[in-house]
Ligand binder design. Sequence first.
Ligand SMILES: Nc1nc2c(ncn2[C@@H]2O[C@H](COP(=O)(O)OP(=O)(O)O)[C@@H](O)[C@H]2O)c(=O)[nH]1
Ligand SMILES: [Mg+2]
Length: 246
Amino acid sequence: VSEFIGIVELKKSLAAVRWARVKINNLFKQINAQMKKVDDSSKLRELRRSFYGRVVSILNQIKEKLLFLEKARRRFKEFPAIKALPTVAITGFPNVGKSTLLGKLSESKPKVAAYPFTTKGIMVGYIKVDGRKIQLLDTPGTLNRPNKMNDIEKYAWLAMKYVADKIIYIFDPTEPYPFEEQVNLYKRIAELEKKMLVYVSKCDLISDEKRKEFFKAIEKALGSSACEIYFEETLKNLVSALSEFK
Ligand SMILES: Nc1nc2c(ncn2[C@@H]2O[C@H](COP(=O)(O)OP(=O)(O)O)[C@@H](O)[C@H]2O)c(=O)[nH]1
Ligand SMILES: [Mg+2]
């Protein structure tokens, strides 16, 4: 959450609201007591006016905080509906085939989790393995520029960090992004310390020989962390690997 909305600012704002509530409550009690003592209607009107005036002045004092909270509230509402299920995030550079793999794995057509102000959204699909429902998330955008992530990329990153139990990282052997960059992004994502699964897309576009070479290069670059590399022909194995939740 702190990546989205300043957590310190949020705490301060909530504290300010609590302060204002106590203040207004006390004021109300005070004015109420005074009102009980007077029977002159013009005096009553005056008391009421002074009460409202002071409430407005209290609220004015926390105006910035209220505006901040309203912004935060709208931000929270934008979060797509992601369920509390075992979750697998599918990630990698743009166009490597994330959405395609999500489509192949999902039992029904993946749905875009609504996201205002953008045509892109987080795609959510579901798969049932051994009678257990697993949620699949497609993480859009380039996650390779930590300082320049747009909102949807920040959200994708948060989803991986806080929601995903496992991450499928897709390598593209046709290398629209240099192999080294694909490895670097993998390593950055692996720092989240989630169970990483490696999938190589588009193997139908390369020879068997090239594929084997590519797999070897991945193993060499990632070391022992990538125990198994999956591709289209071993999709079934990938599915069973997905079901292994503690
Ligand atoms: N031949 C082939 N094309 C693929 C494969 N996976 C994805 N593509 C194509 O690559 C392009 C990008 O795929 P997409 O799933 O949209 O990538 P994303 O941006 O990572 O979600 C599309 O034109 C897909 O049809 C694959 O396994 N084989
Ligand atoms: Mg996509």
